[in-house]
Design a protein around this ligand. Structure first.
Ligand SMILES: [Ca+2]
Ligand SMILES: [Ca+2]
Ligand SMILES: [Ca+2]
Ligand SMILES: [Ca+2]
Length: 273
């Protein structure tokens, strides 16, 4: 039997081990960037359901049309291949074809075109002719930050209702543990005068002080018939905002050791003088 002090020591050691395990999991997840360009590695192909294929990275995909913060049974978003064929994700009005990025550069300084940025695959909800509804990303451990892209937020002539333009807009909601909305980011309104973001991405992001984001949900807030609205999603940074790199504990430790070595060599030099 342990006395109280021994038991307290053992518990402290256990707590330390738990903390290390959590820290390691977080560092693995911090690096997650999902561009959906790895379908065969996940056993996926065009139009197949994407649900828990990324569970090891700390999140799953679903749809939440009853707005209870939980993935609805029996429906799911799907992987979508670039180009026209079968069910597609969006119409590029400028290029007059489906699932193709706009011409031009996403990042001209680095020679990255919109086509490069979209790649060969992205995630969609219902696809053309059937709105799948509200995309939901559910975290197993929660996160403080994330970013990603919605593609093709359109604005064009509302052909079924004269005098009103069709507009697309999405509310990106960070959800807390009780399905409460912690933060909302509204996309630009796709309007007819600019053509919206036809074949182009819009990046959303959250960057909070604590790991209180349990899910991220995408709700349509524009003006369009549901059957004409689909969501195209790509380039998901699951635990940080893309471009804002979080140093991993291992590399931070490495820097600390280097710092100590550096300090040691300064001392050694001083002693030698
Ligand atoms: Ca992609
Ligand atoms: Ca639900
Ligand atoms: Ca397609
Ligand atoms: Ca379009």
């Amino acid at each position: 039997m342990f006395n109280k002090a021994q038991l307290s020591n053992k518990l402290t050691v256990l707590a330390g081990v738990t903390a290390i395990a959590v820290g390691t999991a977080t560092s693995a997840q911090a690096a997650s960037f999902i561009d959906f360009e790895d379908p065969s590695a996940l056993g996926l192909g065009d139009n197949q359901s994407v649900t828990d294929q990324y569970l090891d990275l700390g999140f799953t995909f679903g749809l939440d049309n009853d707005l209870d913060g939980l993935a609805d049974e029996g429906i799911a978003p799907a992987l979508e291949a670039k180009g026209k064929g079968g069910t597609d994700g969006f119409v590029n009005g400028g290029e007059k074809t489906n699932d193709v990025a706009a011409a031009g550069y996403f990042d001209e300084a680095n020679g990255v075109t919109y086509a490069d940025r979209l790649g060969d695959y992205f995630l969609r909800t219902g696809g053309l002719g059937g709105n799948g509804g509200n995309l939901l990303i559910t975290y197993t451990e929660g996160t403080s930050a994330a970013s990603g892209e919605l593609w093709d937020i359109d604005g064009n002539k509302n052909w079924w209702s004269k005098g009103r333009d069709r507009t697309e807009q999405w509310a990106v909601q960070a959800l807390g543990a009780d399905n409460n909305i912690l933060e909302t980011m509204l996309s630009p309104l796709g309007d007819r005068s600019t053509g919206g973001l036809d074949g182009k991405p819009w990046m959303w992001s959250f960057d909070r002080d604590s790991n209180d984001i349990q899910a991220i949900r995408f709700v349509f807030t524009g003006d369009s018939k549901a059957k004409n609205v689909g969501l195209a999603f790509d380039n998901f940074s699951s635990h940080s905002v893309e471009g804002q790199d979080v140093p991993e504990p291992a590399s931070a430790l490495g820097l600390l050791v280097l710092g100590m070595l550096g300090g040691g060599s300064v001392l050694a030099k001083r002693k030698a003088q």
